[in-house]
Ligand binder design. Structure first.
Ligand code: PLP
Ligand code: ZN
Length: 388
């Protein structure tokens, strides 16, 4: 393993990786895992990746978890990058790709983050995991906690899609339904965790979910033969995947695998909960809490993200942007994607296809550009949104 230490993303203070850590002890902002890339690159060669296992653990040298420790794994990662020929043609775009994350264990990209975070939490001695979840993160924690032999407490808003709630229970987790939003669930965990002995697995409140999510960036580069796309559309709630990918791009540049070019990164949110879009448009460095957050895309119903300042920095540095899509449009586009590409995407994924249309319309994406959309989950978990 080549993990050297944890570093605060805001004040730079170093923390010991050998202790279970949440936020920076000085400024309470997220911590990043820092890997000795020069050392990792001596055994991890991009040309040899194809000979390794398909799961995200093929990037083991740039992931945490000491050598010889068996990861808690259900075969996460290694998802297909599919050409979206018909949808792309209709949007007058020459090259559109879908990274289909619904093919992960528990049918969402949350499996990537949780595989790595649960592996590390177990290794560092946690026995009870707690997480606030809008839906998919809960299912992933429940699955990996069960696999690891750990206890899981999942705090979800009462109106979370039924499939997510049932999934968590059937995976042996304790589900606590809260009358409120994911932020209220997080506050409840913060209040009780010390007395209950829970380790808080909230988005960006522990350092290793980002490490799992960064493999999205590694895989994308690998699948595109080390040429990053021109544009990435990412459905943004807490922003872990976006932040993780950006970290992966920097790491791959340091490894000598890619050059300086970066994709323009676009955050896609729901009109009923668009704190990042508002802050981006206002030129703000952080995002105010979005009042009365509401959307069928439960993963996007995050009124306040602790990594807001990191997301906004990436959108600006990359010369990208932020787009809001309303729920009706998400539903409409779900069927367009389904019937043209054969994928029943989650509303969060559909939001990106809708955003693509509007960005093509406004000329912010040119027809010759190569665009990648992340379908982060499966429509099958959102059946409550559909009528018979
Ligand atoms: C399907 C889906 N897409 C997107 C998101 C948002 O992910 P992130 O927190 O990485 O922004 C979530 C989070 O719950 C989700 O479940
Ligand atoms: Zn700090």
């Amino acid at each position: 393993m080549f993990l050297t230490h944890l570093e605060c993303t805001a004040c730079g203070l170093e923390h010991d990786w050998q202790l279970l850590q949440n936020l920076c002890t000085a400024c309470h902002k997220p911590l990043f895992a820092i890997v000795d890339l020069a050392a990792a690159g001596r055994t991890l060669k991009r040309g040899a990746l194809a000979t390794r296992e398909k799961s995200l653990w093929r990037y083991r040298e740039v992931l945490p978890l000491p050598d010889g420790v068996e990861p808690v794994s259900l075969g996460e990662g290694g998802t297909p990058l599919l050409r979206a020929e018909r949808f792309g043609r209709a949007a007058e775009l020459s090259e559109l790709w879908i990274k289909d994350e619904s093919q992960n264990p528990t049918q969402s990209f949350k499996a990537r983050g949780m595989a790595v975070a649960v592996s590390m939490a177990k290794y560092l001695g946690a026995t009870k995991l707690a997480v606030p979840s809008a839906g998919n993160a809960g299912g992933a924690v429940a699955a990996y906690a069960a696999r690891a032999g750990l206890e899981a407490q999942i705090f979800m808003p009462r109106d979370t899609p039924r499939a997510n709630i049932i999934e968590c229970r059937e995976l042996g987790a304790q589900v606590i339904l809260i009358d409120g939003l994911i932020t209220d669930c997080g506050a409840e965990i913060a209040k009780r965790k010390r007395a209950e002995g829970w380790f808080d697995m909230s988005t960006l409140k522990e350092p290793y979910r980002v490490e799992g999510k960064k493999t999205l960036g590694y895989e994308l580069a690998e699948q595109l033969d080390w040429q990053l796309p021109d544009v990435i559309l990412y459905p943004t709630g807490g922003g872990t995947g976006l932040i993780g990918m950006w970290k992966a791009f920097d790491e791959m540049e340091a490894l000598g695998w890619i050059g300086k070019k970066r994709p323009r990164m676009f955050s896609v949110q729901a009109t009923g909960c668009a704190p990042i879009v508002r802050a981006f448009e206002a030129g703000a460095k952080s995002a105010a809490e979005f009042p009365n957050a509401q959307t069928i895309a439960s993963g996007l119903r995050v009124p306040k993200a602790i990594g807001d300042f990191l997301i906004l920095k990436i959108l600006r540095q990359s010369n990208g942007g932020a787009v809001a899509v309303d729920d009706e449009e998400m539903m409409r586009v779900t069927r367009e994607v389904g019937s043209s590409e054969g994928l029943f995407v989650a509303p969060e994924g559909a939001a990106c296809f809708a955003a693509l249309k509007s960005l093509r319309h406004s000329g912010k994406i040119a027809s010759s550009e190569r665009v990648v959309i992340f379908n982060t989950g499966s429509g099958i978990k959102y059946l409550d949104c559909y009528q018979g």
